[in-house]
Design a protein around this ligand. Structure first.
Ligand code: VL7
Length: 135
């Protein structure tokens, strides 16, 4: 059985999120709003087909992808860049590489003790977020 990411998850802890935003050249004012937000991830999973919604009172972001298929992603409302994203499995971990202007960019998702973990990487910055299940 592959890992099951589906469900509604609420941000519980966030490390180096502002540093990550800085690496993406997000301006000061937007960073201050972004780091204060409660984020919710709504994930639906059907085999290798995923839909990730990142929701907040400020902005929302949605990404639908199939594992193993390169996708043109536009990070609308985030840093507004065009990237080529590819998500693959590494054991039970989802690993996304985001090729574009920013070096060493990507994210990883995994589940540990019924918590959803997310590592966001840009250049030399690694942000670690942990989400707990909502209801
Ligand atoms: C990760 C990080 C923030 C600019 C607004 C902040 C609004 C709520 O890539 C992401 O998720 C992946 C993995 O789960 C799936 O798409 C989004 C959160 C945003 C970049 C850049 C700050 C402006 C935060 C949308």
């Amino acid at each position: 059985m592959p890992a099951d990411f589906s469900g509604k998850w609420i941000l519980e802890t966030s490390e180096k999120f502002e540093e990550y935003l800085k690496a993406l050249n997000i301006d000061f004012a937007t960073r201050k709003i972004a780091i204060s937000l409660s984020q919710t991830k709504v994930v639906t999973q059907d085999g290798d087909n995923f839909d990730f919604k990142t929701l907040s009172t400020f902005r929302n972001y949605e990404l639908a992808f199939t594992v193993g298929v390169v996708l043109d992603e536009y990070t609308k409302g985030l840093d507004n860049r065009n990237i080529k994203s590819l998500v693959t499995w590494d054991k039970d971990m989802l690993v996304c590489t985001q090729r574009g202007e920013k070096a060493n960019r990507g994210w990883k998702h995994w589940i540990e003790d019924d918590k959803l973990h997310l590592e966001l990487t840009c250049e030399d910055v690694v942000c670690h977020q942990v989400f707990k299940r909502k209801e």
